[in-house]
Design a protein around this ligand. Structure first.
Ligand code: AMP
Ligand code: MG
Length: 408
């Protein structure tokens, strides 16, 4: 199969519709961090009635139009607006009502004079400034109108967003359930954390890192017992993972070696099968993207750095499709603290550490071979050097794609 660019790999996958995550209807207060599965519309206008935004006196505009400090206008106080209640009746020319911030504007009132522009004498009040009456009220629906689209499908609820929905009378929302993602780890040399290493063995670090990255995306990671480098065992394990999940992420065995069974196991399991095998990117050449039925399969190289970088590059956007999210993470714009020099014949991803100096963000490249996990472990994100470019000089402003991580 021909190697394609990362962009073309994702475009090839986009041709295949995927089954969206299941939905559920939940209380707004439980929805922080969840992804809306449908647009959310305001149930009520905000504010629901025209209200004062200062403490002062509700007045009829014509009464106070010419009021000034030099020639104040005296009005009778005929009532008090009480918070949480309809304003009393009885406002007529020559009168006014006391009104607190948030109080409902009485019928016939045109606006509010703030208390700082008045002299309250008990039964009457002197108005020193009758301008800007309308600036001191918030009209019904000035913030949000009933029916307005407030949150789009595929966006993530934030504390402020759920506050906005609550204010607009929305108490329940449709959100996606976390897609179930099966994690299949292959490799005879791998032993679980906590077990003592025999010669030739290594700890299975991809299970931990990939499960965490999958969870941080808002999916549910289900990891399975290690799969031996054996075709029959791999077929059986893959069949179970495919049946039990909305997507499957496989670590290892994606290359073209004798025991790299990932592509054949996927192809044998159903159609359309393998869509991409190999991308023109480093790290990550031996990546596999596949679809079986309407479920995506992401085959990652076993090398821990490659596995995570390819997960970020190809796995993340593929899995987020199940939640209706198509936006890439917003990059940081940062100035390179050192030259980056790479070969021109692949798209390269260089891990960088982000710091800040007086001029803004600084990206420090962390160089090493793709086998050096400690480099990735210390990095905040990736700088992409496009195919054919080969180098970025020190001081170049670059985009840094942040790693998937849980929000703090
Ligand atoms: P593979 O893609 O299976 O050929 O593996 C490439 C390299 O990554 C080998 O050195 C493996 O030992 C290592 N490796 C594979 N899977 C894992 C894993 N789950 N955790 C840590 N290292 C791994
Ligand atoms: Mg292997």
């Amino acid at each position: 199969m021909r190697r394609v660019s990362v962009r073309d790999a994702l475009a090839a996958m986009a041709e295949f519709p995927l089954r969206m995550a299941a939905r559920e209807n939940i209380a707004v207060e439980a929805s922080d961090g969840r992804v809306f599965a449908a647009g959310v519309h305001a149930a009520e206008s905000v504010p629901p009635f025209t209200r004062s935004c200062v403490d002062g006196f509700a007045v009829i505009g014509a009464d106070v139009a010419r009021a000034s400090e030099a020639s104040p206008v005296t009005l009778r106080i005929v009532g008090d607006v009480v918070m949480g209640k309809l304003a009393p009746d009885g406002l007529v020319r020559g009168s006014c009502m006391r009104i607190p911030t948030g109080g409902a504007l009485p019928a016939k009132a045109d606006g509010v004079v703030m208390v700082e522009d008045t002299i309250d004498q008990g039964d009457v009040v002197e108005i020193l400034d009758g301008s800007d009456l309308d600036d001191h009220v918030t009209r019904e629906g000035a913030d949000v109108r009933a029916g307005d689209l407030l949150c789009e499908a595929g966006t993530i609820a934030s504390p402020a967003a759920i506050g906005m929905l609550a204010a607009a009378g929305v108490d329940r929302v449709e959100v996606y359930r976390a897609p179930r993602v099966g994690v299949l780890i292959t490799g005879d040399e791998l032993v679980p954390l906590g077990a003592k290493l025999a010669p030739g063995q290594i700890h299975d670090s991809n299970r931990v890192a990939l499960s965490a990255a999958i969870t941080a995306l808002g999916c549910e990671a289900h990891s399975y017992p290690r799969v031996a480098d054996d075709r029959t065992a791999f077929d059986a394990a893959f069949a179970v993972a495919l049946a039990e999940n909305d997507a499957v992420v496989i670590s290892g065995g994606s290359s073209v070696g004798e025991r790299d069974y990932t592509p054949v196991v996927i192809s044998a399991a159903g159609s359309p099968g393998v869509i991409v095998h190999g991308v023109r990117a480093k790290p990550g050449r031996p990546a596999v993207l596949a679809v079986i039925g309407d479920k995506p399969i992401i085959g990652l190289p076993g090398n821990p750095v490659s596995a995570l970088v390819v997960f970020e590059t190809l796995g993340r956007p593929t899995l987020l499709r199940l939640l209706g999210i198509s936006a890439d993470p917003l990059p940081w714009r940062a100035s390179l603290s050192a030259d980056i020099v790479v070969s021109t014949h692949l798209e390269h991803r260089i891990p960088v550490k982000i710091t800040r100096d007086g001029n803004g963000l600084v990206a420090t490249p962390l160089f090493g071979t793709s086998a050096h996990m400690h480099i990735l472990g210390l990095a905040d994100g990736l700088v992409v050097v496009p195919e054919g470019v080969g180098a970025f000089a020190v001081g170049t402003e670059v985009d840094v794609v942040p790693y998937t991580r849980r929000n703090r």
